[in-house]
Ligand binder design. Structure first.
Ligand SMILES: Nc1ccn([C@@H]2O[C@H](COP(=O)(O)O)[C@@H](O)[C@H]2O)c(=O)n1
Ligand SMILES: [Zn+2]
Ligand SMILES: [Zn+2]
Length: 626
C-alpha cells in the first residue's frame, strides 16, 4: 500500500509531495458513490467557483474533494467542447477569495505568488474580486498590476478600486462592467460587486453598492441603447439577501427598475455555502460553496429570436429545461441548478470520458502543482495528530472540537514570551481565523496553513486587571461593537456572529457539511436545502451535525491554582485589536498594545511547533485513515 494508483492511502513522504488521494479510475470497485444523473443543459450554461482560497491541490485527505486544478482545467475544457457540440453557450465564472486557506497560496512571502499563475491557467469568462484580495496591500497590488491586466475586461470589479502608484490615484482594479455577445448570440451585460467590506488595507477603496448604483457609468450601463438579453451579476456576496447582506438586492433593484422582464442571473460567494435563491420569475442566484469542494452549475433556457439574439440549439441534448424559477412563473425562463462534488469521478461522469479523461494541459497543471508543493516543502510532516478535530461537527466545548482540542492547548504551550512567563495570561482569538478541520494522521507544513492561514500578529496589553480582562470575551461574543461597525454584514444569528464578516455561520442555516474519507456507499457530505428544495446536490449525501460556534475563543495559562490572578497579560490577534480595546473600555488605548513575542510571530507560527512538541508518537508510521 503506498503508490498513487494502488487503491490505498499512501503514507505521506516527508519531503516529496505524494498525492494522498488516489486518482480514481472509473468503474473501480471503490469508485465513489457518484452523481445522480446527467446535468440538464440549457441554451446557456454556467459553471461557478467561489472562495477557492488556494485549494488548487485539491483536498489531499478527503477523497470526495480530491480533484486538483489540473483535473478541473480538463473538466472545464471538456464541458466547453460539449457545449460547442450541442450548439449552446458555456460560461465559467469565479466570484473571488483566491487566497488564505492552503499552503500553495499562503506559504509564499506574498500570498498567491505560486498559486495565482496556476489558478490563472483555467480560462474563465468572468471573474470578480473577494475581500481576501484586499486585506494585504501587496496582494491587492498583485491583483491590480498582474491579474487585472491578464484577465482584462473579464475581471469585473464594479465597486473596488486600488491605488495606482504610477498615476497616484485609486482606479478600478478590473473593468466596471462588460457588454458582450456569446458564441450563440446572447447579449450580456455583466457587473461584479463586492459586499460593503471595510477591512481592506488603504491600498484599496470599496464603494458601497448603494453609492455605486448612483455612479454615471452604472446608470449609463443599465440605460444602454444596446440590446441586453441577460444581465449577469457576479458578486462576492451571499445570494441569500438579508438586512445585513443586501448588495445584490441593491443592484438588482436598480436593474429591475429599468428592465422589468430581462433575466438577471446571479453568482455569489463569501458565506462558503451551497445555496440557490430565487429573486423573481426571471432571476435566480447560485453560490458554489468553498475551498474547491463544490462546483456550481446553472443552466438557463427560454431565449428565442423574439426576445434575444440567441441562434443556438433550441433543445440542447434533445431535452428542454422545464423548471421555472417560481411555481407561478409566466416568463419563458427555465433553469436547472446543481452542486457538483469536486472529484475526478464527478468530472469523468459528466463528460462521459472514462479512461480518456485526462488532457495534456490538465496533467501539466497537476505536475506544476506537484512541483510547487515539493519546492515549498508542503508535504513535510511535523507531527502525527492523534485524533480528528473539527470546527463545528461537535459542540464547541467537546474535546474533539478543534478549539479545546488543539487551538487552546497549542497557544498555551507555544505563544509565550519568555520574559513574561511568570505572568498569568489570557489569549483571545476570533474563531473565523481557524479555517478548517484537522485530521487524524500526518500534520504537514501545508496543514499549518489549512488550519491557520493568516499572518495575524499576537499582540498584548501587560498587566490588565483580571476583572476587566475576564469580561472581554463575553462582550466580544455579544458583538455590540461589531454589530454597530458591521451592520451591513451577512449576520446569521445573534449567538454565532462573526463580527468581522459574520458570514461563515450562515452555513448553519442551510446545510450540514460533511467529512468524507472513502465513499463506497452514500456518505456524509453536503446535504443542501435551498429555494428549490433538497434536490440540488449532484451526489447525494447524508449530512453530519453542524453546531454553531461563538465568534471568539479564549484560553488561559499560567493562572495560580485555585484562585484568580490580580492581573493578566491579555494577548490577542492584531486583527481584533480594535474590538478588544473597545470592549476593555475607558483607560485602555492603542499605545498600551505591543507585540507579544515579536512583531513577526503570527497565527501562522504556533501550530507547527505544537505538532513538533506534542504529536511525535507514531511519527514514522502515521496512518492517514481514521
Ligand atoms: N487577517 C485575517 C483576515 C480574515 N480573517 C477571518 O476571515 C474571515 C473572512 O473570511 P471569508 O472567507 O468569509 O471572506 C473574517 O471574518 C475573519 O474571521 C482573519 O481571522 N484574519
Ligand atoms: Zn471566503
Ligand atoms: Zn469572503
Amino acid at each position: 500500500c503506498g503508490g498513487d494508483d494502488d487503491g490505498c492511502y499512501g503514507p505521506i513522504d516527508k519531503v516529496e509531495h505524494v498525492r494522498l488521494v488516489k486518482r480514481i479510475q472509473p468503474g473501480a470497485p471503490d469508485a465513489p458513490y457518484g452523481p445522480k444523473g446527467p446535468l440538464e443543459w440549457g441554451q446557456i450554461n454556467f459553471m461557478h467557483t467561489t472562495d477557492t482560497h488556494g485549494w488548487l491541490a485539491g483536498h489531499l485527505k478527503e477523497e470526495n474533494y480530491g480533484a486538483d486544478w489540473g483535473d478541473f482545467a480538463t473538466f472545464t475544457r471538456r464541458m466547453r467542447q460539449k457545449a460547442d457540440n450541442l450548439g449552446v453557450d458555456f460560461l465559467l465564472v469565479d466570484t473571488g477569495d483566491l487566497h488564505d486557506g492552503a499552503g500553495l497560496s499562503d506559504a509564499t512571502t506574498i500570498d498567491g505568488t505560486k498559486s495565482m499563475p496556476i489558478f490563472s491557467e483555467v480560462e474563465y469568462d468572468l471573474l470578480t474580486i473577494g475581500n481576501h484580495e484586499l486585506y494585504v496591500t501587496e496582494v491587492a497590488k498583485q491583483m491590480f498590476n498582474e491579474y487585472a491586466k491578464k484577465w482584462g475586461d473579464r475581471y469585473l470589479t464594479s465597486n473596488v478600486k486600488v491605488y495606482n502608484d504610477a498615476t497616484k490615484q485609486y482606479e478600478h482594479v478590473g473593468a466596471t462592467h462588460r457588454y458582450f455577445i456569446t458564441k450563440q448570440g446572447i447579449r450580456i451585460m455583466a457587473f461584479g460587486v463586492l459586499f460593503d467590506f471595510t477591512g481592506n488595507s488603504n491600498a484599496s477603496q470599496v464603494i458601497k453598492a448603494k453609492d455605486m448604483v448612483k455612479e454615471t457609468w452604472f446608470q449609463d450601463a443599465i440605460h444602454t441603447d444596446k440590446p441586453v438579453d441577460l444581465f449577469v451579476l457576479l458578486g462576492h456576496n451571499p445570494v441569500r439577501q438579508t438586512d445585513y447582506a443586501n448588495t445584490f438586492t441593491t443592484v438588482w433593484n436598480e436593474i429591475r427598475a429599468v428592465h422589468k422582464n430581462t433575466p438577471i442571473t446571479i453568482f455569489g460567494g463569501h458565506s462558503h455555502i451551497r445555496d440557490f435563491a430565487v429573486y423573481d420569475q426571471a432571476s435566480v442566484g447560485i453560490e458554489a460553496g468553498r475551498y474547491c469542494e463544490t462546483l456550481g452549475w446553472v443552466s438557463q433556457s427560454g431565449f428565442s429570436k423574439c426576445n434575444s439574439g440567441y441562434h443556438g440549439a433550441k433543445k440542447p441534448d434533445g431535452k428542454k429545461l422545464t423548471r421555472k424559477a417560481t411555481d407561478n412563473s409566466t416568463a419563458p425562463w427555465a433553469y436547472s441548478r446543481r452542486y457538483l462534488d469536486w472529484n475526478r469521478n464527478t468530472f469523468m461522469y459528466h463528460t462521459s470520458s472514462n479512461k480518456n479523461f485526462d488532457s495534456q494541459t490538465g496533467l501539466e497543471i497537476t505536475q506544476e502543482i506537484t512541483t510547487a508543493r515539493k519546492d515549498m516543502n508542503l508535504g513535510e510532516v511535523y507531527g502525527c495528530a492523534p485524533e480528528t478535530y473539527c470546527i463545528s461537527c461537535v459542540p464547541f466545548d467537546d474535546p474533539k472540537n478543534i478549539f479545546p482540542g488543539v487551538i487552546k492547548p497549542a497557544v498555551n504551550a507555544i505563544v509565550l514570551n519568555e520574559a513574561r512567563k511568570d505572568k498569568a495570561r489570557m489569549i483571545i482569538g476570533n474563531t473565523g481565523a481557524i479555517r478548517f478541520d484537522l485530521y487524524k494522521g500526518p500534520f504537514t507544513y501545508d496543514d499549518n496553513f489549512v488550519v491557520s492561514p493568516f499572518r495575524d500578529v499576537f499582540r498584548y496589553i501587560p498587566d490588565v486587571p483580571f476583572d476587566k480582562a475576564s469580561q472581554v470575551l463575553a462582550k466580544l461574543n455579544k458583538g455590540t461593537v461589531a454589530k454597530r461597525e458591521f451592520a451591513s454584514m451577512p449576520i446569521a444569528r445573534d449567538d454565532c456572529v462573526d463580527p468581522l464578516i459574520g458570514a461563515l455561520t450562515l452555513r448553519d442555516m442551510h446545510q450540514e457539511r460533511g467529512i468524507v474519507r472513502r465513499q463506497e456507499t452514500i456518505t456524509p457530505g453536503y446535504a443542501t436545502t435551498d429555494d428549490w428544495g433538497t434536490d440540488g446536490d449532484d451526489t447525494e449525501h447524508t449530512g453530519i451535525p453542524n453546531y454553531s460556534i461563538p465568534s471568539y475563543w479564549e484560553s488561559r495559562a499560567g493562572f495560580p491554582t485555585g484562585s484568580d490572578p490580580e492581573k493578566v497579560d491579555l494577548i490577542f490577534f492584531d486583527f481584533i485589536e480594535k474590538y478588544v480595546l473597545q470592549d476593555l473600555g475607558s483607560g485602555f488605548t492603542s499605545d498600551m498594545v505591543s507585540c507579544y513575542i515579536n512583531c513577526t510571530f503570527t497565527s501562522q507560527d504556533f501550530m507547527l511547533p505544537y505538532a513538533k512538541l506534542m504529536w511525535q508518537d507514531n511519527i514514522d508510521n502515521c496512518p492517514i485513515s481514521a
